[in-house]
Design a protein around this ligand. Structure first.
Ligand code: C5P
Length: 408
């Protein structure tokens, strides 16, 4: 993906051991299509050399406000006007204090002060010892920085270079990258609580065997990520899959359809949007054996009988909150043929305002997909693309529809 194509990021480094992670962050930003201008404080250059950062960013690094390379000798103005964002990573306790006080006696703080605030957002990735982070002075400064319009990307928890353990580590480069990408996504679902089901379910036959399906969970995880990027609080109820939890998403792992129903019903109480992407097993063995079913050598095979699983989507769509529209329900349909007719019929059968059709064999396990959106007004095609790109488009469509309903 080129999620940062066309974006120009000023990457500011300040004095901290986490400077070593900034090298990888710089590469990660470039890989997503951004151009990166590195600006370093004097202290940062004690931890990593400008040569390293120049080689990685493919641009001369700036460090001094007296740098004669800028023809007008105004590096602070030139560099800050071109940027789509200034990202300070790592941002030391000292530099946070400087930002709060509007200091301007080195190039990076001068740039932050001189930037047009409504056009060039300031993103800050703090990095410091746990005591420094917990200190009331730092916490006060962080609060003030947020009031002044900066976005704090948070800190990680864990072992620190000083040998202590606690809050204050800089986030990992991949986490910062995800946060920067999310920052640029339109906040169409701000204030919404979104519930997503994803993946297959596993229906036990006995303690060691069960029935499942080939759903990878990728579409649902992409939908959860896209909803989070759009500003929603997201709960992801996931069947058994091996996928990383999208950043900022609350994940609850479940196994069977009955588990998924129970957790979803509970979580749906506070949700405003429910997106059912899970491939829930239609049936489960009527009785799951308590002990492993053994071969006894007689050649006799066990006879399984099945009962139908509850329909989670229909249950929530027909609940009082679903019916009143307080909970906007979106279903998925994986079909092998006649996608449009099947999707339209399924939308009515489930009683949901929006149903998203896809061709099962063309999506299971794949990284891309194509979607067909069916609602009461008609049909919309979302052409083949990566699952994340489609998920973002779907979230935008859902946001438009829920806004329109809210305005009725
Ligand atoms: O009926 P079918 O399984 O084709 O419906 C698919 C849609 O219904 C998907 O959104 C799926 O997540 C949801 N579903 C459900 N509970 C079931 C079966 C399907 O929530 N037991």
């Amino acid at each position: 993906m080129n999620d940062l194509a066309g974006k120009h990021i000023v990457l500011g480094l300040t004095g901290g051991i986490a400077c070593y992670k900034a090298a990888e962050l710089c590469r990660a930003l470039l890989k997503e299509g951004a151009t990166v201008q590195v600006v370093m404080t004097e202290a940062a250059a004690q931890f990593i050399t400008p040569v390293t950062m120049q080689a990685l960013s493919n641009r001369a690094v700036y460090g001094s406000q007296w740098d004669a390379r800028a023809p007008n000798n105004m590096a602070h103005i030139n560099l800050s006007r071109e940027a789509d964002a200034i990202l300070i990573a790592p941002c030391s306790a000292d530099f946070i204090a400087r930002l709060v006080h509007g200091r301007a006696d080195d190039l990076l703080s001068l740039m932050c002060l001189a930037r047009p605030r409504d056009q060039v957002p300031l993103l800050v990735a703090p990095a410091m010892n746990r005591e420094m982070w917990a200190h009331p002075a730092t916490q006060r400064n962080v609060t003030q920085l947020i009031t002044d319009g900066a976005t704090i990307l948070g800190v990680g928890r864990g072992d620190q270079a000083c040998g202590e353990t606690g809050d204050g580590r800089m986030l990992e480069p991949q986490e910062l990258l995800d946060d920067v990408i999310a920052f640029f996504q339109p906040k169409t679902l701000a204030g919404q609580q979104v519930l997503v089901t994803a993946g297959p379910t596993y229906e036990a036959i006995d303690p060691v065997r069960g029935i499942t399906n080939l759903s990878s969970g990728k579409m649902g995880f992409a939908v959860a990520r896209a909803a989070r990027e759009a500003g929603a609080e997201v709960t992801l109820v996931a069947g058994p899959v091996h996928l990383a939890t999208p950043r900022g998403v609350r994940r609850i792992d479940v196994k069977s359809a009955l588990n998924m129903l129970e957790v979803s019903v509970e979580c749906a109480q506070s949700a405003s949007i429910f997106i059912a992407t899970a491939a829930v097993a239609d049936w489960r063995p009527a009785n799951s054996a308590e002990q492993k079913i053994k071969k006894d050598g007689s050649g006799e095979v066990p006879r399984l009988t099945f009962v139908e699983n509850p329909d989670i989507l229909a249950t929530l769509a027909q609940s009082p909150r679903g019916r009143s529209g307080e909970l906007y329900c979106v279903g998925f349909a994986a079909e092998s043929h006649d996608l449009l007719a099947n999707a339209q019929a399924k939308r009515l059968r489930k009683g949901v305002p929006l149903l998203v059709g896809n061709i099962g064999p063309a999506t299971f396990g794949q990284d891309d997909n194509a979607l067909l959106l069916v609602d009461e007004f008609g049909v919309k095609d979302l052409a083949r693309d990566s699952k994340l790109a489609l998920a973002r488009k779907l979230i935008a469509e859902i946001a438009t529809r829920t806004r329109a309903r809210g305005q009725k």
